[in-house]
Design a protein around this ligand. Structure first.
Ligand SMILES: C[S@@+](CC[C@H](N)C(=O)[O-])C[C@H]1O[C@@H](n2cnc3c(N)ncnc32)[C@H](O)[C@@H]1O
Length: 192
């Protein structure tokens, strides 16, 4: 990542932290991904040469910009899905100069409409308690060799436990939790 992009992202992250500290309603906080988690996630994107990238949970576009910047290195494309359009998201993406498809939809409904094996990297960063109800789509839509990433695994272990149990029981997936930021779970779908 070049230094101009990093400066823009650092500014957005700082604004988000200030905004969130003053916002009593958790659901109105931007809850941007920690920079170190974003750095790891986007390095995985590059190593996996992921081209078809889907993020669930756009907020104001902070993690979306990280993903879209990395996708330039793989010739990839990011679709980011949220139930609402957050203030500033369009401006933030435009300022970063990244091309992203923004979809306003429920993450589970959106994944349910995608064909089997059509995604290279799926990043879940929405309301964790909803993920279990989205099954089997988060795993079904991934191609063999595709990556499933999920944040907040160490900060909210109870909320993600049902999904981790589903993944543990699925012989197609092997995953690990990395102690970075709030805990990033990374799993790869292997060919059986
Ligand atoms: C933790 S924030 C995402 C932060 C963002 N990834 C970032 O790092 O900047 C969670 C987002 O999930 C969205 N969300 C909540 N429920 C959702 C659902 N069912 N489908 C899609 N998005 C949802 C919220 O509107 C919110 O923007």
């Amino acid at each position: 990542m070049d230094s101009t992009m990093r400066t823009l992202l650092d500014g957005l992250f700082e604004q988000g932290a200030t905004h969130d500290a003053a916002e009593p309603d958790r659901l109105r906080r931007r809850r941007n991904l920690e920079p170190e988690t974003a750095a790891l996630l986007t390095m995985v994107l590059r190593i996996a040469v992921a081209k078809r990238i889907v993020e669930i949970g756009t907020s104001n576009g902070y993690s979306t910009i990280w993903l879209a910047d990395a996708a330039r290195d793989t010739g990839g494309h990011v679709t980011s899905v949220d139930v609402e359009v957050w203030p500033g998201v369009g401006d933030n993406l435009a300022r970063a100069g990244v091309e992203v498809e923004l979809v306003i939809a429920d993450g589970g409904d959106y994944l349910g409409r995608l064909p089997d094996g059509s995604v290279d990297l799926l990043f879940l960063d929405a309301e964790r308690v909803e993920y279990e109800g989205w099954w089997p789509h988060p795993t079904r839509v991934l191609r063999s060799g595709g990556v499933l990433a999920m944040d907040n695994v160490l900060s909210h272990p109870g909320e993600v436990a049902p999904v981790l149990a589903l993944l543990d029981a699925d012989p197609e997936f092997t995953g690990e939790t990395v102690a970075v930021g709030k805990g990033l779970y990374l799993a790869v779908k292997r060919a059986l």
